[in-house]
Design a protein around this ligand. Sequence first.
Ligand code: ADP
Length: 506
Amino acid sequence: MTENGQPRSVVDGTDVDARAAAFLAAGTVPHVIEGERRQSRAGGERPIMNPSTGHQIGTVTSGDADDLDDAVRSARAAFEDGRWRLLTPREKETRLQRLADLIETHREVTGDLDGLDAGILRKYASFVSQASINALRYYAGWPTKIAGHLPPVGPDYTAQERIEPIGVMGVIKPWNGPGAFFNQVAPALAAGNSVVLKPAEHTPLTATYMALLALEAGIPPGVLNVVHGDGAVGSPLVAHPAVNRLSFTGSVATGRALAAAAAQTFKKVNIELGGKSPVIVFPDADLELAAVAATGSVWNNSGQVCTAGSRTLVHRDIYEEFLERAVEASKDLTVGHAFDDTADLGPLISPQQRDKVRSYVEIGRSEGAAVKLVGRAPETGGNYQAPVIFADVDMSMRVAREEIFGPVMSVIPFDSEEQAYRIANDTEFGLAAGVFTRDIARADRAADALDVGTVWINCYQVLDAAVSFGGAKHSGYGRSLGSPALEEYTRRKSVWSRRYAADPLR
Ligand code: ADP
C-alpha cells in the first residue's frame, strides 16, 4: 500500500510509513554517539510502549553514567577540534537548512514515530515536527548574523566584545512533544556548540531518527549526540564537568532538583516547566471564538501541553452562555487511537498518567466543582481519558491549583477585571495566559497585569521560531526561541588591546 507515493507497513495493527516501521524493526533503538549507533555499555534496555494500545512496539537501549560520559566526550572532542564550530557561517547555514529539508521530506515518518511512542494524533504530529523544521530554518539564518561589537573606549585601547559558543550543551526533554526538540537544539547548533540530547524515556524514537538525519545533512559526527535513559542519564548529564550549559523541559519537581544540582558546577540552566495557565474571557469577547479556543487549549494533545489553558476565567455576565458554548464545542469530541483520523483526542502517555488524571477528576468532584461535561472515551485498549469540564471552580480547589496534564478544564467565574487578574496571578505558575476581549485598552492592561511569560490576545498557543518563549515564577526561567535564545547558548568575551600612538620600539 502507498500513501503520497511512500510504501506502507503495519506496526501494532496500524498502517504507518514503511520507513517508520523499518526503523522500529531494525532492533533495539540505539544511542547516537560520535555519529554511531551504540547500545548501552551495561546492556540496559527498556520497552517502547504504544499509548494507543498499551502494547510493546519495540525496545530502546537504556544508558547510565558511562554512556553519558561517552556522549559528552564525543561532544567535547567535536567542539574542541572545531569540526562544526569552525565551519564558515555560510556553511553552517547551508547544513542546517539541509537538515530542515530532510526532516520535511521525512515528516510522515517522524509524525508516525511520534504517534507510535508518544500517542500524538497523526494530524497533530506533523505540526510537532514542523516546529523543528521552523526552528532549524529560523536559526540557520543566525550563524551569518551573530556579531559582537566594539564599544567606544577612547584612543588608547580597542575593546572587542566577542560572542562565542559555550561548548557542550545538555538538553533534557519531556515526552509530550518529542519531535519538536530542535526548538532547543537548533539555536545551540547555530551558535556553534555541540549537544548531548536526552529524550524522555517514554519517547525515544523521533530524536534518534532525527539525529541520524542530522548526520545525513552534514552535521558532523559528535556534534549532536542522543543518549537514552531516565534520571540515570539525566543526573550525570547535569553533573558532568565537561557539560557547560543545560536546557531542561519537564516537571517542577525534577526542575527544582536539577537547578540545585547544576549549581554545584555553576552551570546556567534554561528551565521550562509546567503551568496552570488562565484563559480570561471578558463579556465583550467574541464568545464563539473564546469557547473554541479555550476548550481547544485543554483538549489539544489531550491536555498534555505545558501551555494548556487549564483555568478558564469567565465574567459572571456571560458565564452561563460561555459554559453552554464550551460544552457544545466539546460534547461530540471523540477520544481514540493516535492514527484514527476521526479522533479529536489521543491517548495519555501512560497508564500512570491516566490514573493521575482520573484521580484529579475525583478530587474535583469531591471538592464540589460542578461537572458540566464528561465526554466519552474507550474503556479498553490505550490510556484513554474523556474530556471533563468543571464549572464553579474556585482557587481553593486542587483542580485549580495543581497541574493535571490531562483533558480537564476548570471554569472559574469572576466579577471584575481587577479580580480576574488577581485570580489569574494567584498561582505558583506563570507560563502563559489568554485574554479574550474586543477592548484594545483592556487587552493592553491585561498584558501588563498578567505575571506570565507569554500573553495571547484573542488567540491561544500561537508560536513562531522568531518569538521567544519561557516562563515566570515556578514555570521556569530563560527563554527559548527567537533571538533571546541565542543569548542562552552563547557567552561573551571582552578582549582589550592596547593601541600605540607611536611605534613602541622607536
Ligand atoms: P515528566 O513528568 O514530564 O515526565 P520529568 O521532569 O520527570 O517530567 O521528566 C522530564 C525529563 O527529565 C525526562 O527526560 C526525564 O528522564 C528527565 N529526568 C528525570 N529525572 C531526572 C534527573 N534527576 N536529572 C535530570 N533529568 C531527569
